[in-house]
Design a protein around this ligand. Structure first.
Ligand code: FAD
Length: 507
């Protein structure tokens, strides 16, 4: 539909969308009251179809990974980094005409007493914070210190398309070095902050040099738990691009070696690794102490479905047991069963990297304890991402999550608060996990759930699991119900339990 030739405004419901084109560009019209917006139709994260998402106030949200864009400016929210295009719209005689693309001016220079920001950790949260500071008009200095040798990368992809061989390495950097140069963000890669003096906000780096800042964000993420049975030093973990490259190299030998893997852990990363190794025709056995994969976080119904899915793709499971020893090219389970293994990958959980915060005497309790503004116990020092232990308004609990989108959103909130905007962090946690052609979208935080209610059908790949504590819903996992997942996230944001129930009833 050519959106330049005019659409009757009554053809678009209030809060509704209409997909069309302007020239050869795909555009979505969105009606909000009597106002109509025209924006780019593709999410800038993974090119998801925005017209299949939802409108929430003056934002449009992507059904795939819940990226959010401002309808007036196109400004992105995690996981998207780039804005969508925005067009001018004219209304004449009850009809709407899309005209020219709008030039969005940069935000005016922000007035703040903060002249320098130090960000420790060049991951999802750190990067989102640096970009938000610049997008919102911060003209002072930004230094981002990252222990990995790369620019910030698309970490979730390390266990998905990249490991499976269907995404080239060029997809992995979030930005190239020119971007940071152009944004005047001083990115120090392969460098580690060793100590922090909270009073003077001074970081000591691994070469002994010291750098002081007006505000600091700690976004050090988490590190994989390593196993200790005899021989476990041969076990690979997956956190960095280097780790993923190492595992890929192990599968690419020209002999039969590299074709039999044992994956330790039946949680998200372990199972995603299993799926990606199957795409490389590696024989995979998953070993875990749990009775059901993902059982602790997702319940037995979702876990059982995911197990069947992996078995259909040839993954073998040895559950309710652990590895007793690692011997040559096999592992011996606690049951005594030997399993041939050319290589072993462990995905057995992560721990928040809190050493720096501890060195500064900040309050640490399962992560760096922060308030609703993501400020730590020391004024001017913030924490975001996997390392932050923060108050979640929807459940009323203090939580710490290990999710990509949550880390990005927290980085954005922390940046705004560094600029003095007093913005509480209200976004409910969201994560996704991909297994073959099935994606699980999860909103909320279900820790401590005592009941799982299933709606829809897993066989039809259209199902939703609601995690309850008593009569209260804490979280919802959805398969094939992306719009519903977005609507529930929006309802959680508003604290509107009635709206959550209504979405679930409609399934
Ligand atoms: C293989 C894999 C797959 C995943 N898949 C998904 C998924 O599908 N969906 C989802 O929601 N989440 C997923 N996650 C989780 C998600 O990637 C994390 O929640 C997210 O990366 C957290 O962001 P962060 O910025 O807090 O930490 P990170 O991205 O880990 O970044 C922290 C950075 O800080 C650096 N650092 C640490 N200490 C120091 C120091 N002292 N000095 C300098 N630098 C330091 C680290 O080297 C690291 O680069 C996945 C994670 C992994 C490993």
């Amino acid at each position: 539909m050519d959106l330049t030739s005019g659409i009757a405004i009554d053809d678009i419901a209030d809060g509704g969308m209409l997909a069309g084109e302007v020239g050869d560009e795909k555009v979505v019209l969105v009606r909000h009251g009597n106002e109509v917006f025209a924006v780019g139709a593709e999410c800038t994260h993974y090119h998801g179809p925005l017209a299949e998402g939802i409108v929430a106030g003056e934002s449009i949200r992507c059904p795939w990974h819940h990226a959010c864009f401002d309808l007036r400016t196109g400004a992105p929210s995690s996981p998207a980094l780039n804005p969508i295009a925005v067009w001018n719209v004219e209304q004449r005689g009850g009809r709407v005409f899309v005209t020219t693309k709008r030039d969005i001016p940069p935000s005016p220079r922000v007035q703040t007493t903060v002249n320098s920001v130090g960000i420790v950790g060049a991951g999802c949260a750190g990067n989102a914070a640096a970009e938000t500071l610049r997008r919102e008009g911060f003209a002072g200095s930004i230094t981002m210190i990252g222990a990995e040798e790369t620019v910030p990368i698309d970490r979730p992809n390390l266990s998905k398309e990249y490991l499976a061989g269907s995404a080239p390495e060029e997809w992995m950097p979030l930005r190239d070095t020119d971007f940071y140069r152009a944004q005047n963000i001083d990115l120090l890669t392969g460098r580690r902050a060793m100590q922090l003096d909270a009073k003077t906000k001074t970081l000591t780096l691994d070469d002994g040099s010291k750098r002081s800042f007006d505000a600091i964000l700690i976004a050090t993420g988490s590190e994989p738990v390593r196993l200790s049975p005899p021989g476990a030093n041969r076990v690979h973990v997956l956190r960095t691009l280097r780790d993923s490259r190492t595992i890929i190299a192990l599968t690419e030998t020209n002999t039969v070696k590299g074709k039999r893997a044992v994956v330790l852990g039946a949680s998200f990363i372990g199972l995603e690794v299993a799926a990606s190794l199957r795409a490389r025709e590696v024989e995979v056995t998953v070993v875990a102490p749990d009775q059901v994969p993902l059982g602790k976080t997702m319940g037995v119904e979702v876990g059982g479905f995911i197990r069947r899915l992996h078995e259909e793709h040839g993954v073998r499971f040895r559950l309710g047991t652990t590895v007793a020893t690692f011997e040559g090219d096999r592992v011996i389970l606690a049951t005594g069963e030997p399993i041939a293994a050319d290589f072993i990958v462990a995905g057995v959980g992560v721990r928040p990297r809190t050493q720096l915060a501890q060195s500064a005497g900040l309050t640490v309790d399962n992560g760096i304890v922060v308030d609703e503004f993501l400020q730590s116990s020391a004024p001017g020092i913030f924490a975001a991402g996997d390392v932050a232990h923060y108050p979640d308004p929807f459940t009323g609990n203090k939580i710490r999550v290990e999710h990509w989108v949550a880390a990005g959103r927290q980085g954005q909130t922390a940046a705004r608060n560094i600029l003095g905007r007093n913005t509480p962090h209200t976004a409910p946690p969201f994560f996704w996990s991909a297994h073959y052609d099935v994606t699980i979208a999860y909103v909320g935080h279900g820790e401590g759930f005592d009941k799982v209610a299933i709606h829809g059908s897993f066989d039809d790949r259209r199902a939703l699991a609601a995690y309850h504590a008593g009569s209260r819903i804490l979280a919802v996992a959805a398969i094939g119900l992306d719009r519903e997942s977005l609507l529930i996230e929006k309802a959680m944001e508003a604290g509107d339990r009635g709206a959550i129930d209504a979405v679930i009833k409609g399934i």
